[in-house]
Write a protein that binds this ligand. Structure first.
Ligand code: NG6
Ligand code: CA
Length: 508
């Protein structure tokens, strides 16, 4: 072999080794204020805090939607959810909303030579046709078809049936004696529901969630069967951690990308006994402890695989926090001074900052110098795709990740240049715009400022959606809690923000 060729091969293999592993560790409904390093009270999160101490902690990071499905859709595809119909919160029998022809961040990593995995909460649909999945056979359109080599996932959320894990297109630990049936239209004859058997539930519901009973908790949707494949809620964090550790160990000698989504801290919150009573905040606080334990498991696996230094670990959340999300776990009553949004107005679902402002921690010991000063740069999770493409030096196909920018320098602490604006989708499909200084919520279609569920009236169940028939404008620098709508007195600013909105939000 020629000497030059040998050199070329040697340096290519050094390159291959140097490419960092990448983990997007995405919590569910974890608020900006829910981690110790972001000022949480009453709950300890030593693992997440240690990751922050080893890297960067962002204080102005935003999800592009205030609920899971649209937020996750935008991270994986680099396209805003409002550009594609059907990207709202999905039932558990929805078809996969990302087509095989859509270029995902996972596909990009795959093309760059990475092993790829999706582990944990999915909530982007499964199968080609909604409601027609062959749950007991092989699913025909899954994460495997959109760029993930491996998956071990919950179809939707823990509060939606089917309550089983899907691994490589089939139900994990499938019970041939107990095939599972799923319906979002009707109950199966003779099956108890939350409505009919409310007294038997170990966790009562406050709204919705009164259908199929699995593990003594009633859910959204109906199902029957499942047998030993059904999960037990208290073991979900363990199952997800186990499979992510395994994936890390199996791929320690090649670059890998892991889309690791915890079930914590989404409802129903039913963490393992060993987390119980860890915080005076009840089940929601204990679910935060459980989330932090998962972070610790990932760190331990990276350490024992010897790859921690060269792993880019990004910890964030899909949307803002909520206390009462349909189960009677007293999350609101037990806050004891803790502020899940870190003091921002609104919660999950909201166009106010509480809906989409998220924690964002970036650690890559080999390349990112730790900084104890928080990073205030305005960033959006929609840019993880474009930034990851820059990291791997990938050329994206025409039209891929249309809304995603390369913000790698910002994410690695090499630039403090703000994104000029970030866009945030609320529950009622209104898109708000944030610039470094201003927050603009255009006039909505309805005067529905509050999301309050029938038959419950306690304070913690009322969510401000931020929707109004009038435009709203806030000076985020001087009024971070969005208390004073400046729109009536600043028509020129409103016109300027409206013009920007018209340029960047509607589909082209
Ligand atoms: C809502 C559910 C809520 C939660 C949410 C999705 C009711 C009454 N509420 O419809 O409990 O599941 O959908 O949350 O059913 S997300 O984090 O996955 O977007
Ligand atoms: Ca969520």
């Amino acid at each position: 072999m020629k000497l030059e060729l040998l050199f070329a091969l040697a340096s290519a293999s050094v390159m291959a080794q140097e490419r960092p592993n990448v983990i997007f560790l995405v919590a569910d409904d974890l608020g900006y204020g829910d981690l110790g390093c972001y000022g949480a009270r009453n709950v300890d999160t030593p693992n997440a805090d240690s990751v922050a101490a080893s890297g960067l902690r962002f204080t102005n990071a935003h999800a592009s939607a205030a609920t899971s499905t649209p937020s996750r859709y935008s991270i994986l595809t680099g396209q805003y959810p409002w550009r594609k119909p059907g990207t709202g919160v999905l039932p558990g029998d929805a078809g996969l909303i990302i087509g095989a022809d859509q270029y995902t961040v996972a596909r990009m990593f795959q093309d760059a030579g990475y092993a790829t995995a999706a582990i944990g909460k999915w909530h982007l649909g499964l199968g080609l046709r909604a409601g027609e999945q062959d749950w007991n056979g092989t699913l025909d359109h899954t994460p495997r078809h959109i760029g993930f080599d491996y998956h071990y996932i919950q179809a939707a959320t823990a509060d939606r049936v089917p309550c089983v894990y899907i691994e490589q297109d089939t139900i994990a630990n499938r019970d041939p004696e107990a095939p599972i049936e799923v319906s979002y239209k009707h109950n199966f004859p003779g099956e108890p529901t939350g409505r009919t058997n409310r007294d038997a539930l170990k966790l009562d519901y406050t709204h919705g969630h009164d259908m199929a009973i699995v593990d003594s908790i009633s859910r959204i949707g109906y199902s029957r069967g499942g047998g030993r494949a059904l999960w037990r809620d208290e073991n979900i964090a363990d199952s997800i951690a186990l499979h992510s550790r395994r994936f890390i160990m199996e791929h320690k000698s090649e670059p890998f990308f892991m889309w690791l989504c915890t079930n914590d801290v989404h409802v129903p919150r039913w963490p393992h006994e060993r987390f119980r009573g860890k915080s005076p905040m009840g089940l929601r606080g204990d679910a935060i402890s459980s989330f932090d334990w998962t972070v610790g498991q990932v760190l331990a696996a990276l350490d024992s695989a010897g790859v921690r230094d060269n792993t880019l670990l990004i910890i964030t959340s899909d949307n803002g926090p909520v206390c009462d999300d349909g189960y009677d776990d007293h999350a609101f009553e037990l806050l004891n001074g803790h502020q899940p949004t870190g003091g921002a107005r609104g919660d999950k679902y909201s166009n106010y900052e509480g809906g989409t402002k998220v924690p964002l921690i970036v650690s890559w010991p080999a390349q990112v110098k730790p900084d104890s000063v928080p990073v205030e740069t305005l960033v959006s999770l929609v840019d993880l795709f474009g930034s990851a493409a820059a990291l791997t030096g990938s050329q994206l196909p025409e039209g891929a990740a249309p809304d995603s920018r390369n913000m790698l320098d910002q994410l690695l602490g090499r630039s403090r240049e703000d994104r000029p604006w970030v866009a945030e989708l609320g529950q009622l499909w209104t898109v708000a715009l944030r610039t470094p200084q201003w927050k603009f919520i255009p006039a909505g279609r309805a005067n529905a400022p509050l999301l309050s569920w029938p038959a419950i009236g306690h304070e913690g169940s009322v969510i401000e959606l931020g929707e109004s028939l009038e435009p709203q404008l806030f000076n985020i620098i001087s009024d971070p809690q969005e208390t004073t709508n400046l729109a009536p007195q600043m028509p020129e600013k409103v016109a300027e923000m409206t013009e920007l909105w018209n340029q960047v939000v509607p589909s082209k």
